[in-house]
Design a binder for this molecule. Structure first.
Ligand SMILES: [Zn+2]
Length: 379
């Protein structure tokens, strides 16, 4: 940080303060329209506390940019001149969203401002790692940007591994990446804002914004080739001291369990990661009662591992994200029962344990939120 920048932050001039305030008010209006839907200018002034003049001025600016549009008058208006509603123009811009979490492909999409996928593009990974994997991601981003028929707001990416605040992927063994400067590389290439997050963190953002999360603390547990979690507390994604918050997959839950790729024994992943769980179900030889016992015992172990976390953070929702045929049933029930048995009523009474409503698109949804939050200030 240069001295000049520091000085600016410490002693902002009147002009900069005005610009800051304008940007803040603009984000406030967008957030209000984004979360609660269309509203009249008078309603916006009332619910945001901004003056009518400020609201009209900013809405005019957002309409010029195409982000906001007039939607007509509400049907229920009966007396006098009906107020004109304004709302987000969902089709006015697209986000390029990527999900790099599947172990066999890179998934991309153009997503509109309502979180709806407009175009999909998947490329097989074919065991590419390192620079070859990066090249595949670059070509997918290039093609999606080229396919957009409206302006692209930015590029959002959910990647496996630990991702730092600058959007570098510090370590993703499956892609052979170490300190891969993904955001900087793609930003320079496309000229667009690029936001990268760990896939479980992206999933948590997707669930929070587009998956019907109810507010209060949220944990999204991603169960795939690995196991990881994303946490949203007080409306904010939790990063942790070294950007590794939610890395629960290699916590030992059974010291005498199976050896794990990390060198320990009995990590949560050795029980719960999809390949391990499928293998243990296959050992039940299609005996429905034995299969049920495998899912229940896995759910009990998972519940025991999560109960202290749920209690410590007083979470409201625990969302299991992964194959529903594995997660939604005896496993989910056992997680819920175990957490209830191991925590106080104040912890468990209002806890919701459910599966994701967004299915396989949860990371794409979260990648979209990264851009909406980073560029428009809404989430
Ligand atoms: Zn491990």
């Amino acid at each position: 940080m240069t001295h000049a920048t520091q000085g600016r932050q410490l002693r902002p001039s009147g002009k900069l303060l005005q610009e800051d305030a304008r940007r803040h008010h603009r984000a406030l209006l967008l957030q209000r329209l984004f979360r609660d839907g269309a509203a009249s200018r008078a309603d916006l002034a009332r619910t945001t506390g901004l003056t009518r003049v400020t609201v009209s001025d900013l809405i005019a600016e957002l309409m010029t940019e195409g982000l906001v549009t007039e939607l007509g008058a509400p049907a229920e208006a009966r007396v006098g001149k009906p107020p004109m509603l304004v709302g987000i123009a969902n089709q006015a811009a697209h986000v390029v969203a990527l999900d790099l979490s599947p172990d066999d492909r890179v998934s991309g999409a153009l997503v509109d401002l309502s979180g709806t996928v407009v175009t999909r593009d998947d490329r097989p990974l074919d065991s590419r790692v390192g620079a070859d994997a990066t090249a595949l991601v670059r070509s997918l981003v290039d093609d999606l940007v080229a396919a957009a028929t409206v302006p692209v707001l930015g590029v959002g990416i959910g990647s496996p591994g630990v991702v730092d605040a600058l959007g570098a992927v510090l370590e993703a063994p499956n892609l052979g990446w170490e300190a891969e400067p993904l955001a900087a590389d793609l930003g320079e290439r496309t000229g667009l804002p690029v936001h990268v997050a760990n896939d479980a963190n992206a999933a948590a953002l997707g669930e929070h914004t587009f998956g019907g999360a109810e507010g209060g603390g949220l944990m999204v547990l991603r169960v795939g080739t690995g196991v990881g979690a994303g946490l949203i507390l007080e409306g904010t994604l939790l990063h942790g001291h070294r950007a590794a918050a939610g890395e629960i997959g290699h916590v030992v839950v059974d010291p005498s369990g199976q050896p794990c790729a990390c060198g320990r024994r009995g990590c949560l992943e050795t029980l719960l990661a999809v390949p391990h769980l499928r293998r243990r179900l296959a050992e039940a030889e299609s005996d429905a009662r034995r299969e049920r016992r495998v899912l229940e015992s896995t759910g009990r172990r998972l519940g025991a591992a999560l109960a202290p976390v749920v209690a410590t953070l007083n979470l409201h929702e625990l969302v299991l994200s992964g194959p529903p045929e594995l997660l939604d049933g005896p496993l989910r029930s056992a997680v819920e029962t175990t957490i209830h048995a191991r925590t106080m009523p104040v912890t468990a009474d209002e806890l919701r344990v459910r599966t994701s409503t967004l299915g396989d698109d949860v990371v794409l949804a979260g990648a979209t939120v990264l851009v909406l939050a980073g560029v428009l200030g809404v989430s």
